[in-house]
Write a protein that binds this ligand. Structure first.
Ligand code: ADE
Ligand code: ZN
Length: 367
């Protein structure tokens, strides 16, 4: 067993993040190539399709923004906050995630948040990003929708110029809120149609099935947005069926519990429906007890179209490379499998066809 895998075994469901994180190790020789797993992953060009930008808010930046905006946090310092990152389920995490957002007030805050993420992943050879944002988490606190959009779009332009990272944004609907709130939020997005590629569905899953937002998603589709939804993260396979058949999504976020329903697995494979899988998130939120039990191997064996992503990297102990390394070492994925999964990230993206063909050709040339 390699060093990376040893490190990830310490990262367990329900435990606070170790400090420093274990993935800083050198790794081990990968398939006799002379390269460590860590090096092989670092060199892969990557596309991230499932990242909540508010979930990239590192404790250090949270405290800096709290100071800048005179916001009082419930924790005295960064160490105390990190020590609270010991989640036992999705709701445990969401409670802290929404508290963390309270420091985001101005356009500059959203810009700094997104630029910190882009800077970090530029160093991980991430070339393309589709990121989620949760406007209802901000407008409910009195932050204007426009403030959020302006900060994020300015960061997108600067990330393209400074790091060569292309990106698109996906606006998520908070599913614990009601349909009327979702419809109002969709109306707010319409003037920004050129800036927002898609509409998603996130937050507390169980008890809030996709069908609750059938009319919202129909309206979003009619307005020309692409569609995604978190489904099967904690919720049952029926929620994945609803995401596909009732909402008509173009991708499923997570989808882990689909494996409990063979007919659903067949349908996902037949439709080549992309799943945005997030291994460290699943571990930290106790969807799996140990990384060795992660369903990714079974998804691959079933012929599913899987991508790897970080979800909320500041809260779950890793960005793209750490997700690839954590699940790659725990499941002994081959170099070819890791490469195929990285390629899937570009193939499953919402790039227009010509842009996607160019990105895939560049990937295949190894540039
Ligand atoms: N919002 C941020 N992260 C989330 C997750 N993993 N699941 C659902 N909603 C989220
Ligand atoms: Zn998510």
């Amino acid at each position: 067993m390699g060093e990376a895998s040893e490190g990830f075994r310490q990262l367990r469901c329900g435990f606070p993040l170790p400090n420093p994180p274990p993935y800083r190790g050198r790794g081990f020789c990968f398939l006799g190539s002379g390269m460590t797993l860590t090096d092989a992953i670092a060199r892969l060009p990557k596309a991230e399709l499932h990242i909540h930008i508010e979930g990239s808010l590192e404790p250090e930046l949270m405290f800096a923004l709290a100071k800048r905006n005179n916001v009082r946090l419930r924790y005295p310092d960064v160490e105390a906050l990190r020590a609270a990152y010991a989640f036992t389920n999705l709701q445990d995490f969401l409670d802290l995630y929404y508290q963390g957002m309270s420091v985001l007030l101005t356009e500059a805050d959203f810009y700094d948040l997104a630029m910190a993420y882009f800077r970090k992943v530029a160093g991980q050879n991430v070339r393309y990003v589709e990121f989620f944002f949760d406007p209802q988490g901000h407008t409910a606190r009195g932050v204007a929708f426009e403030t959020v959009i302006n900060g994020l779009t300015r960061a997108q332009a600067d990330a393209a110029a400074q790091f060569g990272i292309q990106s698109r944004m996906i606006m998520c609907i908070l599913r614990h809120l009601d349909e009327a709130d979702a419809l109002r939020t969709l109306d707010q997005a319409l003037p920004y149609k050129d800036k927002i590629a898609g509409i998603g569905l996130d937050s507390s899953e169980v008890g809030h099935p996709p069908s609750k937002f059938k009319r919202v998603f129909r309206r979003a589709r009619d307005a020309g947005f692409l569609l995604v939804a978190h489904a099967g993260e904690e919720g049952p396979p029926s929620y994945v069926w609803e995401a596909i058949d009732v909402l008509g999504v173009d991708r499923v976020d997570h989808g882990n519990r689909s494996l409990e329903d063979p007919a659903l697995v067949q349908r996902l494979a037949k439709d080549r429906m992309a799943l945005t899988v997030c291994p460290l998130s699943n571990l930290r939120l106790c969807g799996v007890k140990r990384m060795e039990e992660h369903p990714l191997r079974r998804m691959l064996d079933a012929g599913l179209f899987v991508t790897l992503n970080s979800d909320d990297p500041a809260y779950f102990g890793g960005y793209m490379n750490e997700n690839f390394a954590g699940v790659g070492s725990a499941l002994s994925l081959s170099a070819a499998e890791l490469r195929q999964i990285a390629r899937n990230g570009f193939a499953a993206s919402f790039m227009p066809e010509a842009e996607k063909a160019k990105a895939l050709a560049a990937f295949d040339r190894g540039v």
